[in-house]
Design a protein around this ligand. Structure first.
Ligand code: 3PG
Length: 213
């Protein structure tokens, strides 16, 4: 199951960070992203009732085995448990948390902790993180990835924070396995323009595909 989830996320190469003002908005954003080809959805726990959003999306896409619904901004193991019980297929957090890593390993759910330094990344690898979220990406830039992959060629990095349509190809070309995208993808939700989110999602998918060639 874990390998299946990872392979879908890695194939797609983009995880949509769905941070919204309401459950309804989060659901609409998620549908718009999926329609545009971004099948990796990270529902952040800053959304009230994020676990309900996860359940709703899982039920909606029950017959679409390509879609992967995970939980984001999981700050502690209690939240991770709520997310996993709701059916979250992966767990993302802004920092590394040992207890969360253990819980995810127990249930064989990919854990993607946010790491900035080599020390944190090394720890995440030791605790079995298959994909490490490089956060906040904008604070370092794509060249940092090349530098990290010198001593840690085995690490799978997913930069998040500040990824946009201008720099996404550079992140991928520098060796990132995927990117996490929030604001630059979901911003049109503020004006109710969900069709625009679908267009952006398509553009992200095209850019990642081209950058990988
Ligand atoms: C977040 O925590 O919301 C993510 O890091 C997304 O960052 P972004 O909005 O800059 O893409």
């Amino acid at each position: 199951k874990k390998f299946n989830i990872l392979s879908k996320l890695l194939d797609c190469g983009v995880v949509a960070v769905v941070r919204a003002d309401s459950q309804e908005e989060a659901i609409k954003i998620s549908h718009a992203c999926i329609e545009g080809g971004i099948i990796g959805i990270e529902v952040t726990f800053t959304v009230n009732g994020a676990d309900e959003v996860i359940k709703t999306l899982l039920a909606h896409y029950e017959n679409n085995s390509n879609v992967v619904i995970g939980a984001g901004t999981v700050l502690d193991v209690t939240t991770a448990r709520i997310a996993i019980l709701a059916g979250a297929q992966f767990v993302v957090s802004p920092s590394f948390d040992e207890e969360t890593a253990k819980l995810c390993n127990l249930y064989q759910i990919p854990y993607m902790p946010g790491c900035m330094t080599i020390t944190e990344m090394k720890r995440a690898l030791e605790y079995g993180s298959d994909i490490v979220k490089f956060f906040p990406g904008s604070g370092f830039g794509p060249d940092f990835v090349k530098a990290v992959k010198g001593p840690l060629p085995q690490i799978n990095l997913m930069p998040t924070g500040g990824v946009d349509l201008e720099n996404v190809d550079e992140w991928i070309k520098n060796g990132c396995v995927a990117v996490g995208v929030g604001g630059s993808l979901v911003a049109p939700a503020k004006t109710g323009d969900f069709a625009r989110i679908t267009e952006y999602a398509r553009e992200y998918m095209n850019k990642v595909k081209t950058a990988r060639e």
